[in-house]
Write a protein that binds this ligand. Structure first.
Ligand SMILES: Cc1ncc(COP(=O)(O)O)c(C=O)c1O
Length: 337
């Protein structure tokens, strides 16, 4: 995500992002990029297009969002976002980590650049850290040449080469590789690339199973009296069900959130009772894993502070794996008590 933005933004520039994105990306945008002089404005991705367009400034260079957000599970209206970005003359960059290209193909809906944390489903086994940028080549940088001098003017660090002239549709991704990766590193090691490649070979088999298992688990959770709410876009009645059907008709992913009626204490008891499902911060793995921020990553915060941080004290994030669905549901059942 850093390279995807930094490839077209420098000090004095601005970009717009959906607010409900992964916390690490939020901090990267709001804190780290700010130190480099790049400003972000966060918007509500569900707001009407006219509302979102008000956030654009003359120095705005990109629009960013997650196709399915972690952990809010908001489904992006990709066509709406693409229309907003293009009418303002900037590319739409989407993080497609959760659905993966198996379930969602953002280019077909107008996105220009797609990013992935390959650490998640693509690897699938928590074996290798990694990330990927995929450029559709569709954004016309030359049409906004003044806005993107890094692509349309000679690069003095590369023998005065102009990326759009030398590489055409490959300008953006070539610059990311030959300039940013050269200067900043982040090249994946051969061993990690090897591990990622092995994961990719089974991605198309794993994703349908994740979705099938997750839907069963979500329906089971919904049927239990101890459960206060379940947030999974594959459930009919979910706020994002229609958008999920449109953009991801074969399913979204294995991740969902839910809350127990007993709040924080009941959640802690539930987590302690789990056997098969592993308590880990990691998400989107072949093995089922689970996180209760209030008793783990955010445990130093009071209930009030949690709410202020946008994390409900009862929120549990369940990432359903590819094990036997009955085993997963049995574990949930015995943990509920
Ligand atoms: C949607 C999304 N994007 C990016 C990341 C960052 O991934 P990595 O830890 O591989 O840098 C995560 C991590 O959870 C994520 O969920």
């Amino acid at each position: 995500n850093f390279y995807a933005i930094f490839n077209i933004c420098s000090a004095g520039d601005h970009f717009i992002s959906a607010s409900t994105i992964y916390g690490g990306t939020y901090n990267l945008f709001a804190v780290t990029l700010k130190k480099l002089g790049i400003e972000v404005t966060f918007v509500d991705q569900d707001a009407p297009a006219e509302e979102i367009k008000k956030a654009f400034r003359p120095n705005t260079k990109a629009l960013f969002a997650e196709t399915v957000s972690n952990p809010a599970m908001n489904v992006l209206d990709i066509e709406k976002f693409a229309e907003i970005a293009h009418s303002e003359g900037v590319p739409l960059i989407v993080d497609n980590t959760f659905p993966t290209p198996i379930n969602c193909r953002p280019f077909e809906w107008g996105a220009d650049i797609v990013v992935h944390s390959t650490t998640k489903y693509m690897d699938g086994h928590a074996a290798a850290l990694g990330g990927a940028i995929v450029d559709s080549g569709n954004f016309d940088w030359e049409a906004y040449a003044d806005k993107y001098p890094g692509l349309t003017q000679p690069d003095e660090s590369y023998h005065g080469l102009t990326y759009t002239k030398a590489f055409g549709k490959g300008a953006y991704i070539t610059k990311a590789v030959v300039q940013l990766m050269r200067d900043l590193g982040s090249a994946q090691s051969p061993q990690n690339s090897f591990l990622l490649n092995i994961g990719l070979e089974t991605l198309h088999l794993r994703m349908p199973r994740h979705c099938e298992n997750a839907l069963k688990a979500a329906e089971y959770l919904e049927s239990r009296p101890e459960v206060a709410w379940v947030n999974y876009p594959g459930l009919e009645g979910n706020k994002y069900y229609e958008l999920a059907q449109k953009y991801m008709p074969n399913g979204t992913c294995g991740v969902m959130t839910f809350g127990l009626k007993g709040g924080r204490n009941a959640s802690i008891k539930f987590m302690d009772n789990l056997g098969l499902i592993a308590i880990v911060t990691h998400v989107a793995d072949a093995r089922s894993c689970i996180l209760h921020p209030a008793s783990h990553t955010h445990r130093q915060l009071s209930d009030q502070q949690l709410i202020e941080a946008g994390v409900a004290p009862d929120l549990i994030r369940l990432s359903v794996g590819i094990e036997n669905a009955e085993d997963i549901i049995n574990d949930i059942e015995q943990a509920l008590g």
